[in-house]
Ligand binder design. Sequence first.
Ligand code: G6P
Length: 608
Amino acid sequence: MCGIVGAVAQRNVTKILVEGLKRLEYRGYDSAGIAVVSEDQLVLRKALGKVSELEEKCIANPVHGGVGIAHTRWATHGKPSEVNAHPHTSDHIAVVHNGIIENHAQLRAQLQGKGYEFLSQTDTEVVAHLIHSLYEQSGSLKETLRQAITHFDGAYALGVVSTKEPDLIVCARSGSPLVLGVGIDENFIASDQLALRQVTDRFVFLDEGDLAEITADRIDIFDINGHSVERDVVQLTDAEESADKGEYRHYMLKEIYEQATVLQNTLQGRVSKTGVLEEAFGTEAKAIFDQVEAIQILACGTSYHAGMIAKYWFEDWAGLPCAVEVASEYRYRKTVVRPNTLFVTISQSGETADTLAALRSSKESGYLASLTVCNVANSSLVRESDLRLMTLAGPEIGVASTKAFTTQLVALQLLVIALGRRGCLSAEKESELVAGLLQLPELCKQVLDLDGPIQQMSEAFSEKNHALFLGRGVQFPVALEGALKLKEISYIHAEAYPAGELKHGPLALVDSDMPVVAVAPNDELLEKLKSNLEEVQARGGKLFVFADAKSGFSNDHGTTVLSLPHVPLNIAPIIYTLPLQLLSYHVAVLKGTDVDQPRNLAKSVTVE
Ligand code: G6P
């Protein structure tokens, strides 16, 4: 999704801006642009497509200047094109914007009435012209931005420069993230600190509604009334940065292979040999946990699937009623809140607009407290939740989530145990669950070693248009996640069903052209699943079964079996996810799609 970078320095900022945009590429975008204040002129370069194309333009036609803003755009209003790419300008003003100005049509009409001409179809051009029209009176960019945002409905992170004040950037956030990078005699802005890690490790995370003015040697933060506010400078460590592909062909593959290590990180310092160390949830957790009687989980996409799996665990092991819902639905419906319900959000990025809006609306709804399971420190969800458990997966660059998902599952299991031990979860059961979790790194390695046969299996999918994924019980959401991975990166239509529902519809689709994938650990539903799979075989369906070595499946002409090591049942959803990730990856590679940045998708969805 859209990305912002800005810099004020004594040196030429063009390279910093372009490098920053490259670091934001993983978020998904369709065009890119920069505006640099160069000897009192605004110099713009824009390109449709990749940041490398913008870079080539900047090399062919160099840009010099100490103040600039840059942007990667993910089209919302108006198709991807150079004209619609940011920055948008109005005479001496240039603007980059993330988010959506919902009342743009009304503002556009008013500005057209004043004689402003619009070149693009974007909501952002409205911002540029409005700021231009207000500047005439105020004569101060900072004051103009403060006035301008009072006109906007919707969400925004904005960066603005003007040739009339050529030494500074002004910026503001509401509903979209924005961070300031603190350098030595140079300062920066970005929508994600990753964009600036090459120039600084010190950051100021703006709060909702904050505005700021930055020059090379000064940062002033203020509120909507223009009053100065103080925000902490946070120093980040290198451990939070490892955003390169290494020897891997794609980030996604690297991230799949990292799972053995990062799952260990999620556990480290949070479990003893026999139990969960509750301090991991923070000092305020105990008082809250003691009162919890129910759970409400909110998330989107892959994180929602993690929530669906956790529901099985909360109800089975902790005896706590648990509801799970996609945030985009929850936020717009009336809900009934049980007493002492813990509101849990799950998010890789911590910035997903719907999940954040759900958290914000929950504050008025009578929940006991909020907890987020999140991968990005200092993200909005982390800062606005009462409690947080970081998943510690490290930066995830591939748009299709892999390691973020499995680390979420581990973190959620720790939460289930911490709450369950206050009720029906015995010390023996806790120690059995923890023993299972501790086997994760080794079992992950064993399963990732099966890459060869999975790659071979992928050949049966690359020419197909559809695929069906089946699972039962807690493996149903695993099947959902497997189907989501396949459709996200290979563009094959894939659906997942609880295997017991097969005969209520999807069986009609089964023929030799429809590969059917089943996840079959040796659990209490195995025999039921086998009967469901026989229904597929009887109709000539081609089965691909990821099965426990002891499940009793064997290869025949209609069935391909991938034998997985026997795993403790509490980690089966995590382990069985891995071969499904690899399967999707290899199918996408065979199809030649853009694995890390699939078409039309974004990593961090910061608009509704
Ligand atoms: C986007 C990403 C998905 C992700 C979802 C939720 O759709 O492409 O991979 O699962 O957003 O994101 P979150 O950061 O909240 O987990």
